[in-house]
Design a protein around this ligand. Structure first.
Ligand SMILES: NC(=O)c1ccc[n+]([C@@H]2O[C@H](COP(=O)([O-])OP(=O)(O)OC[C@H]3O[C@@H](n4cnc5c(N)ncnc54)[C@H](O)[C@@H]3O)[C@@H](O)[C@H]2O)c1
Length: 345
């Protein structure tokens, strides 16, 4: 583990001190566990295991469709199973918790595989909910997305906002199937008492985020490293809000460990910044002499239905879980850049 990742994990574990005993000795399924957030879930649990008298058993599922990095999770309490969750499958172990972090989250990849994106978000989620029901689990966390809000009319956006989403546009395969994943999850909670919790992450970033998958921060860092210029494919005015992975992980674990009750939480940072502002921040950190260029994407769908503003209203999560994001965009980008310098894939 690099220093950056070890320190990230230490911060999260310190924050979870009061709750983490609830995970001791449990069997925990991490789905999409070879992805960016999945890898953090696994590493946090593996590190917690060092302090547990009875370690938890970690079962990682992933079909590796977008998993890029070479982490092997060598550890006697961790087992990896290659599995597409949209197909029928079974897990022989008992399960206490399920963390559902599988999806095709990269806009480049979901436009390439729109039907597989719908399959993992709907059928994959439904298969996991069925598994959760059979195993009578204690808690299941579904990572949904801020994309359920589409291009929102209310910003900062609260959880109660219904969304403004195209059901036929180029982003619909992701946005609409995330919305359906939430619908089916809430139904399993109402009909079968599956203890589901839903988090809607807003642009989470950090080490292990694939440099190639078209999300803004890795994309701009890759541009800077490869071409000494940052290429913006919109006019630079849309806004986003970026949450460093440690802040998001603290929230995810606290949500998972809440008592049952169908809760839905925005998880993010409410520091809103334009895409151009992000490019400026990255330029300052990496190399102040690089240029920022506005250039149409070769993909005509790139900016279609692109949300103009994206910022979470954090009132509910702050009041319920005392959640306050701590890492600024500047600090977070310095951390991810240090990590990419030694780990770019
Ligand atoms: N990172 C963010 O900013 C962000 C924002 C909103 C929502 N989310 C959601 O959080 C979750 C994790 O995101 P991430 O950033 O770690 O993405 P990621 O792409 O790094 O990880 C997703 C993992 O899911 C796996 N996967 C995809 N389809 C699968 C299938 N059918 N069966 C099994 N595994 C499958 C992929 O191989 C990958 O390893 C996703 O559900 C994503 O939609 C993330």
């Amino acid at each position: 583990m690099t220093d950056i990742v070890s320190q990230d994990i230490e911060w999260v574990i310190k924050d979870l001190q009061k709750f983490s005993n609830k995970l001791e000795g449990k069997n925990i399924l991490i789905v999409g566990g070879k992805g960016f957030l999945g890898t953090y879930f696994v590493k946090i649990l593996q590190t917690l295991n060092k302090s547990f008298t009875k370690p938890c058993k970690i079962i990682v599922l992933d079909n590796l469709i977008t998993a890029k990095h070479k982490e092997t999770f060598d550890d006697s309490n961790t087992k990896f199973i290659e599995q597409d969750i949209s197909k029928k499958f079974d897990i022989e172990d008992d399960l206490d918790f399920i963390i559902h972090s599988a999806s095709i989250a990269s806009p480049i990849v979901y436009r390439k595989f729109p039907l597989k994106t719908i399959d993992v978000n709907y059928q994959g989620t439904r298969n996991l909910l069925e598994l959760a029901r059979q195993k009578n689990i204690e808690g299941m966390l579904l990572l949904s997305s801020s994309e359920v809000y589409g291009d929102p009319a209310i910003v900062p956006t609260p959880e109660s906002y219904w969304g403004h989403v195209s059901c036929t546009g180029p982003r619909a395969c992701y946005d609409e199937s995330k919305r359906l994943a939430e619908t089916v999850a809430i139904l399993y909670s109402q009909l079968y008492n599956v203890p589901i919790k839903i988090a809607r992450p807003f642009n989470v970033y950090g080490p292990y985020l694939n440099l190639e998958d078209g999300r803004i921060i890795p994309d701009f860092i890759k541009n800077s490293l490869d071409h000494s210029e940052i290429i913006i494919h919109s006019d630079g005015t849309p806004t986003r809000s970026f949450c460093y992975v440690t802040d998001a992980m603290k929230a995810f674990f606290k949500i998972l460990l809440l008592p049952p009750g169908g809760s839905i939480f925005n998880v993010g940072n409410d520091e809103e910044i334009s895409v151009h502002g992000v490019a400026e921040t990255i330029k300052k950190i990496i190399n102040p002499s690089i240029k920022i260029k506005i250039q149409k994407s070769s993909d005509p769908n790139y900016v279609i239905d692109n949300p103009q503003r994206r910022c979470p209203n954090l009132e509910y999560i702050t009041n319920t879980l005392d959640f306050i994001p701590e890492i600024s965009l500047q600090q977070g980008i310095e951390r991810i850049y240090s990590w990419y310098k030694v780990n770019s894939n």
